[in-house]
Design a binder for this molecule. Structure first.
Ligand code: PHE
Length: 343
């Protein structure tokens, strides 16, 4: 009996020593397991009680109970203190300094070409035009044939492109979208077609094998060259400012007759002549003309009843003028220092 008592008292002492150094709730749990767990010290000692005589057992049992009780109470008290301390530490560690500056946030912006396309389309939407789009991989027929550019026509040399098969190619202009619309819809037609086009040109400061156009098409009864001039005049004022004037020069396109190139008065000098317009006072921005009757007929539109005009705007050229960009390659290099100027 005295041996068991001795063991129990020693156990309590050992426990108290260990408890002093327990610093965390994990330490406490380990301590509990070590002393009171199934394989713990206390359990082992209690097992030895079987060897005691029946007379010794009650006293020994009582002592064992007292000691177990005192261990449990000590554990509980310590766990409250430690949990408290741990919470304080956690709160301190998680403190947020709301006065610190935030992390920089990168805000993107529309690409300058997208901006110009959106702006052009917005002007024409305001004039009642619908927006039509079509595939960049196109039939030779829609891109050339139906636009009066048959095989062997010299215009095919200036619009050489990338062929997928002999009859399928990357479109060289957005005009095939107009073909598609005219094939599907009778007049009145009033559309603009924005999009990417391709030509087999070497890349330099003013040429790119990929560029963008916005083409317009109006077909109805009694559409005249006067309507074309009026519409373009309105467009030029809306996009480049109220003081802008336009000038038409005779030109040739296979799909329009008559055809013209259209200049606008220089947005920098207003027509005096300066560096922007290379002393001309005028800047070429688009090609236009009255849709050739054959093109209408090619698409199932009665050319005796209907007439129309079409125009094509080069987006890169417009954007370069607009923003004073002197190299077309800047648009496609994705240099963030360039792009971030157009937020
Ligand atoms: N599609 C022509 C081009 O790419 C531009 C244009 C369109 C000219 C419509 C006249 C009328 O050169």
């Amino acid at each position: 009996m005295s041996q068991l008592k001795e063991q129990l008292l020693q156990l309590r002492e050992q426990f108290n020593t260990d408890l002093q150094v327990a610093a965390s709730s994990q330490d406490l749990e380990a301590l509990r397991v070590r002393f009171m767990g199934k394989k713990g010290h206390l359990t082992a000692i209690l097992r030895g009680m079987g060897a005691l005589s029946p007379a010794e057992r009650p006293a020994a049992g009582q002592l064992a109970n007292e000691i177990r009780q005192s261990l449990e109470t000590a554990l509980e008290e310590a766990s409250v203190v430690i949990a408290d301390r741990e919470q304080v530490a956690r709160l301190e560690a998680e403190t947020v300094d709301v006065t610190r500056p935030g992390l920089p946030l990168c805000v993107g912006g529309r690409h300058p070409l997208t901006r110009v396309i959106d702006e052009i389309c917005a002007v024409f939407s305001g004039l009642g035009y619908a927006i039509a789009e079509g595939p960049e991989v196109e039939y030779d027929r829609n891109n050339f044939e139906l636009l009066r550019i048959p095989e062997g026509h010299p215009a095919r040399d200036t619009q050489d492109t990338f062929y997928i098969t002999p009859s399928i190619l990357l479109r060289t202009q957005t005009s095939p979208v107009q073909i598609r619309v005219m094939q599907q819809q009778q007049p009145p037609i009033k559309i603009v077609c924005p999009g990417k086009v391709y030509r087999s040109d070497a890349l330099d400061a003013t040429h790119s094998p990929v560029f963008h156009q916005v083409e317009g098409l109006v077909v109805d009864e009694n559409v005249t060259m006067g309507d074309l001039v009026g519409s373009l005049q309105l467009f030029a004022k809306k996009l480049f400012g109220e003081q802008t004037r336009i000038r038409l020069r005779p030109h040739h396109f296979p799909f329009t007759e008559p055809s013209c190139e259209v200049d606008i008065s220089c947005w920098t000098c207003g027509g005096e002549g300066c560096r922007t317009c290379k002393g001309e006072g005028w800047i070429e921005v688009l090609g236009a003309g009255m849709v050739h009757p054959d093109v209408l007929e090619n698409c199932g539109i009665d050319a005796r009843r209907y007439s129309g005009f079409a125009f094509g705007i080069g987006v890169e050229r417009t954007a370069m003028g607009r923003y004073g960009i002197d190299d077309i390659r800047s648009f496609f290099e994705n240099d963030i220092r360039f792009l971030s100027q157009f937020r």
